[in-house]
Ligand binder design. Structure first.
Ligand SMILES: *[C@@H]1O[C@H](CO)[C@@H](O)[C@H](O)[C@H]1NC(C)=O
Ligand SMILES: *[C@@H]1O[C@H](CO)[C@@H](O)[C@H](O)[C@H]1NC(C)=O
Ligand SMILES: *[C@@H]1O[C@H](CO)[C@@H](O)[C@H](O)[C@H]1NC(C)=O
Ligand SMILES: *[C@@H]1O[C@H](CO)[C@@H](O)[C@H](O)[C@H]1NC(C)=O
Ligand SMILES: *[C@@H]1O[C@H](CO)[C@@H](O)[C@H](O)[C@H]1NC(C)=O
Ligand SMILES: *[C@@H]1O[C@H](CO)[C@@H](O)[C@H](O)[C@H]1NC(C)=O
Ligand SMILES: *[C@@H]1O[C@H](CO)[C@@H](O)[C@H](O)[C@H]1NC(C)=O
Ligand SMILES: *[C@@H]1O[C@H](CO)[C@@H](O)[C@H](O)[C@H]1NC(C)=O
Ligand SMILES: *[C@@H]1O[C@H](CO)[C@@H](O)[C@H](O)[C@H]1NC(C)=O
Ligand SMILES: *[C@@H]1O[C@H](CO)[C@@H](O)[C@H](O)[C@H]1NC(C)=O
Ligand SMILES: *[C@@H]1O[C@H](CO)[C@@H](O)[C@H](O)[C@H]1NC(C)=O
Ligand SMILES: *[C@@H]1O[C@H](CO)[C@@H](O)[C@H](O)[C@H]1NC(C)=O
Length: 668
């Protein structure tokens, strides 16, 4: 008896809502090696004050006409007078402004100790760990500086360190220090203070700049990533990183694009810029740091280059495009060129003699949107073709990605990958499961951004974004991820976006992680992404379903180590009844064991994980299943649930993210 007839035989005994699925042992498609990944840009203070681990806010008095230079986030200690100065000897061309400190009214202070404090990015996470700090000072001072972390509520000092002055009244001198608090602070309402004795001053003032403090970073990388956020991202099992945007790449106007060459090198040489999302960025998380992020998480970089379009809709004419194309080629030489080339030499001088293995370059971001229709016509008519031909001529192995997709009214040339950004209602992901059915490998597509952001049946794009990822929204995303897996390798990869939201300042609410100074919260979508991306399918396997499949979406496949995998999401069922599922794999005998993981939402469709509460509405249940006669595994999928069944293999696939379980700061 064939497995199929066994399955059909058992169907007769089952309830009408049951689904039987037989999985063939071959005949599917080899899938993409980068099925799921990450997308990052500085939105929601996701970079500065987010994954970029720098703790000092306004550390280098950067500014622009949009966001003027100021002493914001700095307060005087003991009557010191703080102002912004521009010295005739600036720290650097990039950082012309600095903090000018005079004793002010401090003559009343008996100790003569004066200084200034920083309030951080909505506080400081203070723990018994090593903080590495530095600052530049200009002016004559004999004595010591004291750096400390203290409570903003009680003034209790958690740790401090004395730094002997090496300062001079003729040049900027950098001072480095290590600060190890002797106790953990009970909350994040803390400040960083830098003080000195006014009696040791032989200049009338001291000038300070680039005042920096880093906690331990992910993989101990200098100028690196905040570890709890990084570990939570590793928990998504990503394979690629798309950067540096997003609208952040385009910049607010053509005068302020994301300039790769101004995000590299020593921090004192980075001017920062007016970001797209309402704040000046430091660009401490720059081009090199993005590649180091890829190195440290073993991610395939997808580098987006500026395509001559700004977010205000202004774009570069065909005649003026040449320098912009040259700038992109310079950037690619910096990334890919041997150390004998000018920009390759620059990279080598920054500690990276070996070029990065960049394979994917995206030309622009959402060029169908800002300034359409004329800016989009410009993209289709000359911006895309000219950037493409120049890059392909110099780097024939690069896979070019166009920022629109086949769904955005652009003919994507064969061999080019399009980029599709569905921000949808969960019902749309349900209705469009077959969206990719007619695409072939001549229609390669990246899903460079996706998320459920609007409620079903609402005002659509005009409605507010949902305040958090929510359970039915996350189920919609699971259905979508299953659709992209089935369409792999045509869909080369997919990533949720935006991924990070600082709960103290944000403009986009549906993000896969929320955080504050001392806490990271995993959303319902994090749990779904974590499960769907957990096991890498290297080839899909054909499935033959029978029964009522109207709510159940699934994909089957095999892994590199020979396991059989089945991933499924169940949407609304008739009368909300459970869906019995029976899955048989050709070649798998009765008695074989499988591991089933099922996610359900204990608060129904509207449940969400609230950082203010620290709750978790997602329940994960892991069960050992044994195949019955004919190798059929049976279980029940509740309405709005996600499941993964793994049979065989060496058990090496279950990666939750290195260190994930050990990292106590991650809540929910
Ligand atoms: C110093 O004394 C003056 C005059 O009494 C007073 O106005 C000022 O607030 C004092 N400053 C500090 C820092 O105590
Ligand atoms: C110094 O004291 C004077 C008089 O009280 C006051 O007007 C001035 O603002 C004070 N300066 C600082 C820097 O506190
Ligand atoms: C903390 O120090 C500041 C400045 O010296 C002072 O104004 C404040 O009263 C102190 N707060 C407490 C709770 O001691
Ligand atoms: C401080 O640290 C930086 C970066 O590690 C280093 O380049 C510099 O030489 C150090 N400065 C001093 C005075 O030790
Ligand atoms: C402490 O900081 C948190 C978040 O940064 C803030 O919500 C809270 O109001 C602060 N508490 C006090 C007592 O200031
Ligand atoms: C990072 O540095 C800390 C402290 O120096 C050390 O204990 C830890 O092992 C290092 N971790 C890695 C991944 O190198
Ligand atoms: C970076 O490149 C742009 C475009 O080529 C150029 O205008 C700018 O001056 C460069 N910045 C620096 C610091 O060299
Ligand atoms: C698609 O783009 C062409 C220009 O290339 C334009 O003429 C046409 O109106 C567009 N169609 C839609 C449906 O937007
Ligand atoms: C695929 O093509 C068929 C036949 O032309 C058409 O009926 C169907 O609507 C198409 N599906 C999608 C998702 O475009
Ligand atoms: C897929 O690519 C083929 C070949 O270029 C093209 O004819 C077809 O229109 C593309 N499909 C879509 C949906 O754009
Ligand atoms: C599924 O149920 C939700 C309510 O939980 C509803 O908003 C949505 O429209 C339903 N979708 C479908 C396709 O039945
Ligand atoms: C393999 O890809 C083709 C073309 O996209 C598709 O029709 C077919 O369903 C895929 N097979 C499996 C098992 O995913």
């Amino acid at each position: 008896m064939t497995m199929r007839s066994l399955l059909l035989g058992s169907l007769a005994l089952a309830s009408v809502s049951a689904v039987d699925i037989s999985v063939a042992s071959s005949g599917g498609n080899t899938t993409s090696k980068i099925p799921f990944g990450l997308m990052h840009e500085d939105i929601n203070n996701a970079g500065d004050g987010g994954i970029y681990a720098e703790l000092i806010r306004n550390r280098a008095f950067q500014g622009s006409s949009r966001y003027p230079v100021s002493t914001s986030h700095w307060t005087p200690i003991n009557g010191a007078a703080l102002s912004i100065a521009k010295l005739s000897t600036p720290l650097s061309q990039a950082l012309p402004s600095n903090l000018h400190v005079t004793p002010g009214n401090s003559s009343n202070s008996s100790s003569g100790t004066i200084g200034f404090a920083n309030d951080g990015f909505w506080g400081f996470d203070v723990r018994k760990q090593e903080y590495k700090g530095s600052f530049y000072v200009f002016g004559a001072y004999e004595g010591k500086f004291t750096a400390s972390l203290q409570s903003a509520l009680t003034n209790e000092t958690f740790g401090s360190v004395d730094i002997p002055s090496e300062s001079s009244n003729s040049e900027w001198i950098q001072h480095n220090f290590t600060l190890v608090p002797t106790k953990d602070a009970p909350n994040s309402n803390n400040t960083f203070a830098l003080t000195f004795s006014s009696s040791g001053l032989t200049s009338t003032a001291l000038d300070f700049n680039l005042i920096s403090l880093f906690p331990p970073t992910y993989k101990n990388r200098t100028n690196g990533l905040r570890p709890d956020i990084a570990e939570a991202l590793v928990g998504l099992n990503p394979k690629f990183l798309r950067f540096p945007g997003g609208n952040a790449l385009e910049g607010p106007d053509l005068k302020n694009p994301w300039r790769w060459n101004e995000t590299i090198g020593p921090l004192k040489d980075r001017p920062g810029r007016p970001g797209t999302w309402g704040y000046q960025t430091s660009d401490g998380l720059g081009l090199v740091e993005y590649f180091e992020w890829c190195d440290d998480m073993e991610l395939e970089p997808i580098l987006a280059i500026h395509s001559g379009l700004a977010l205000d809709g202004a774009y570069i004419s065909e005649l003026a495009l040449t320098p912009w194309i040259q700038d992109a080629l310079n950037e690619l030489e910096f990334v890919l060129g041997p150390a004998t080339t000018p920009y390759g030499r620059l990279r080598a001088s920054l500690g990276h003699p070996t070029p990065w293995a960049l394979k994917y370059v995206e030309i622009g971001n959402e060029d169908w949107l800002a300034g359409a229709p004329s800016a989009y016509d410009a993209y289709r008519n000359y911006r895309f073709p000219l950037f493409r031909s120049a890059i392909e001529a110099a780097y024939p192995d690069i896979q070019i990605i166009a920022s629109p997709s086949v769904f955005d009214n652009m003919t994507i040339p064969v061999g080019v990958v399009g980029d599709y950004h569905p921000y949808r209602e969960p019902d749309a992901f349900y209705n469009e499961f077959g969206k990719f059915d007619n695409l072939t490998t001549e229609n390669l597509t990246l899903v460079g951004e996706f998320a459920s952001v609007h409620t079903n049946g609402g005002a659509g794009w005009d409605a507010d974004l949902h305040p958090f990822p929510w359970w039915i929204g996350s189920i919609g995303e699971a259905i979508f991820m299953i659709a992209t897996t089935r369409a792999s390798p045509t869909i080369i990869g997919a990533t949720y976006a935006p991924i990070l939201r600082n709960m103290n300042r944000w403009q986009w609410s549906s993000c896969i992680l929320e955080f504050s100074a001392s806490k990271t919260t995993l959303s319902t979508s994090w749990y779904v992404f974590n499960l769907i991306a957990r096991t890498d399918i290297t080839a899909t396997l054909p499935t033959t379903p029978s029964g009522n499949t109207s709510s159940l979406f699934f994909v089957a496949g095999e892994t590199a180590d020979g396991a059989r995998v089945f991933k499924a999401a169940n949407y609304n069922t008739t009368d909300s009844v459970d869906t019995p599922v029976r899955v048989g794999f050709e070649g798998v005998e009765g008695g074989r064991k499988g591991t089933l993981t099922v996610l359900t939402g204990k608060e129904g469709p509207w449940g969400f994980n609230d950082p203010a509460v620290g709750n978790n509405v997602v329940v994960e249940r892991v069960t050992d299943l044994v195949a019955g006669e004919g190798g059929v595994f049976e279980w029940v999928m509740p309405e709005l649930s996600v499941a993964e069944l793994v049979v065989g293999g060496e058990g090496k696939r279950r990666r939750r993210g290195v260190g994930y379980d050990a990292y106590s700061r991650i809540c929910a």
